[in-house]
Design a protein around this ligand. Structure first.
Ligand SMILES: Cc1cc2nc3c(=O)[nH]c(=O)nc-3n(C[C@H](O)[C@H](O)[C@H](O)COP(=O)(O)O)c2cc1C
Length: 184
């Protein structure tokens, strides 16, 4: 039986309380026939463990810039193969690093190496989302064609109501299925 190659999606998971929803997202994407390679920030690993993503994605999870199983740095090897990069949830911190080209961990360094479509699903407290720094960072990223999925307005984990809630997993999956067809 001939096997068709699955499109490779790099999924960045950052230190938002919504990180647990990225586990469901990973499972749904894998069920849609997408090869998911997860990169977790250090903060994300304090909220959800890498083993969860390893099991659901059926791939080892990248947890550090300094994991080098090969002669070539992992972020470069991955960038050559990836169809798209999705960061979900995306913290205010990660959006700021992306806007300013800061590459001080595996995910932000990967972002600078990636040449394909980039999608982000921000998740944070409404105050953080509405802070002028975040607003300006998002404007910069949109100018560079980064696609935003959400955030939605509603209840956030800290008990407040407002914009900053992670988009529904089904909304993110739909956006990826539309985007990944282009290059996959
Ligand atoms: C329990 C907890 C929940 C957090 N949730 C969020 C969040 O939803 N969104 C956000 O932008 N930051 C959140 N933060 C703050 C980030 O974890 C912090 O800014 C961190 O530096 C982000 O690092 P990263 O972008 O490398 O993952 C939270 C912090 C804690 C302790």
């Amino acid at each position: 039986m001939t096997q068709t190659k699955k499109p490779l999606l790099v999924l960045g998971v950052t230190g938002s309380i919504a990180a647990y929803k990225a586990a469901d997202l990973t499972s749904k994407l894998v069920q849609k026939g997408i090869d998911v390679q997860v990169i977790m920030t250090e903060s994300a690993q304090k909220l959800v463990c890498p083993q969860t993503f390893m099991t659901l994605s059926r791939n080892p999870v990248i947890t550090s810039l300094w994991e080098m199983p090969d002669w070539q740095p992992g972020h470069i090897a991955l960038a050559i193969r990836a169809a798209a990069l999705l960061i979900a949830p995306a913290t205010a911190n990660m959006l700021a690093k992306m806007a300013h080209g800061i590459a001080d961990d595996a995910l932000s360094t990967y972002y600078l190496s990636h040449t394909g479509p980039v999608l982000v699903a921000p998740a944070m407290n409404p105050r953080m989302w509405q802070h002028p720094a975040t607003v300006d960072n998002c404007k910069l990223l949109k100018k560079r064609k980064v696609q935003f999925i959400g955030p939605e307005t509603g209840h956030v984990a800290c008990g407040e109501n407002g914009p900053g809630r992670l988009a529904e997993v089904s909304t993110i999956v739909d956006a990826i299925l539309k985007g990944i067809v282009v290059r996959g």
